[in-house]
Design a protein around this ligand. Structure first.
Ligand SMILES: O=C(O)CCC(=O)C(=O)O
Length: 300
C-alpha cells in the first residue's frame, strides 16, 4: 500500500522546501509528560516533504545493503526486519535530518538543554507480514554512557498501529532506574551482559500486571520521543500490505558521562575523553543545535 503523507507547504523550487523547526510548538505540559512517563508522542512534527525524502532514503539505503546492517535470519516468506545505524554517514538526506531538521530542537525542548549533540541515527523497517518482534529492552545498557539527557526521536515514515508493529512502552519505567540486558533484533551475543536481568516480555503479559503499556496510532511525521531507560518493544508487522518504517535519531544533552562498558556498542569515533567525563568531542558527538544560535549545520 503506498504511503500517504500529510499535506506540506507548497514548494517553490525544484528541491522541496524543508522546514527546520518543529511544525508544532512543544509546551510545558508535554515536557512534563515526557519527564513523568519517559515517552511522549508528538503529532505532526515533520511535513510531507521531510517524510517523503526520508521514506525514499530509507528504502534506498536498505536496497543498497550498505552500512552496519542488522537483520534476524527469518525463514522464506517470513518477512524482513531490517535495522541499520549511522545513516547520516551514508546519505546526504539523513545528514539533513541530523543537521537541519526539527529533530534537534525537539530533543532540546524535552531535555531542557541549551546544546544538543548528535549521538547516532537508526532505521527500523518491518516488511509486511514480518512476525519478528522487537524484543523488550531499554536503550542505556547498549550505550557507552551514563546519564538522563539522552533522547531518542522515533519518526514514523509510514502509518503505524499495533497491527503494523507500533512501538509499545511501559510508562514511567525510566524511573525504575533499571538496566535490562541488551538484546538486539538479531540476538547478537556481543551485547548479552549476563550480569543484567532479562527484560520481561511485557507484550506477552510478563512483568508486574499493573504495568501500563502504551502505544500510539501514528501518521508519517508524528514522532515518539523516549528516555534511555524507558522500557519498550514491539510485536511483528501483521499487515499483509503495509511496510512499517521508523527512523530513530538520538541526541545527548548535559548530564551524560562517557562509560564504555564491555557489552556496549562501538561509536564510529570514540570520544577523546576520560571515563566519567562529559563527552565533549565535536567529531565523535557533533554539536548540532544551541538555544542561542539554533542549527549549527555541523558536518562531522
Ligand atoms: O522500531 C522498533 O521496532 C524499535 C525502536 C527502538 O527500539 C528504538 O528506537 O530505540
Amino acid at each position: 500500500m503506498p504511503t500517504q503523507f500529510p499535506s506540506a507547504p507548497p514548494a517553490h523550487a525544484c528541491a522541496p522546501a524543508l522546514h527546520r523547526e518543529p511544525l508544532n510548538p512543544i509546551d510545558e505540559d508535554q515536557i512534563a509528560a515526557y519527564e513523568r512517563d519517559g515517552v511522549i508522542c508528538l503529532r505532526g512534527m515533520f511535513d510531507a516533504n521531510w517524510c517523503s525524502l526520508l521514506h525514499d532514503a530509507a528504502l534506498e539505503v536498505m536496497a543498497s545493503g550498505a552500512g552496519r546492517v542488522r537483520e534476524p535470519k527469518l525463514g522464506e516468506g517470513a518477512g524482513r526486519f531490517y535495522s541499520n545505524v549511522y545513516l547520516s554517514d551514508l546519505d546526504e538526506r539523513f545528514r539533513k535530518l541530523r543537521d537541519e531538521s526539527p529533530a534537534a530542537a525537539i530533543a532540546a525542548a524535552l531535555m531542557r538543554a541549551d546544546t544538543v549533540r548528535f549521538f547516532y541515527d537508526q532505521l527500523f523497517i518491518k516488511a509486511p507480514g514480518t512476525a519478528a518482534p522487537t524484543p523488550w529492552h531499554n536503550d542505556l545498557p547498549f550505550w557507552p554512557f551514563q546519564g538522563n539527557d539522552l533522547v531518542s526521536i522515533w519518526i514514523a515514515l509510514t502509518p503505524v498501529s499495533r497491527e503494523t508493529s507500533g512501538v509499545q512502552y511501559v510508562l514511567g519505567s525510566h524511573r525504575w532506574n533499571k538496566m535490562f540486558r541488551a538484546v538486539t533484533p538479531d540476538y547478537d551475543p556481543r551485547f548479552l551482559d549476563e550480569s543484567l536481568e532479562l527484560c520481561p516480555d511485557y507484550g506477552a503479559g510478563e512483568g508486574t500486571p499493573a504495568m501500563q503499556t502504551m502505544s500510539w496510532d501514528m501518521q508519517p511525521g508524528d514522532v515518539l520521543c523516549h528516555h534511555p531507560l524507558t522500557v519498550h518493544g514491539a510485536a511483528g508487522n501483521q499487515s499483509a500490505t503495509q511496510m512499517r518504517i521508523g527512523l530513530s535519531i538520538r541526541y545527548l544533552g548535559r548530564d551524560v558521562r562517557w562509560d564504555p562498558r564491555p557489552h556496549t556498542m562501538s561509536l564510529r569515533h570514540a570520544p577523546g575523553v576520560a571515563v566519567g567525563q562529559f563527552p565533549a568531542d565535536d567529531v565523535a558527538l557533533p554539536p548540532v543545535w544551541t538555544r542561542e544560535r539554533g542549527h549549527l549545520s555541523t558536518v562531522a
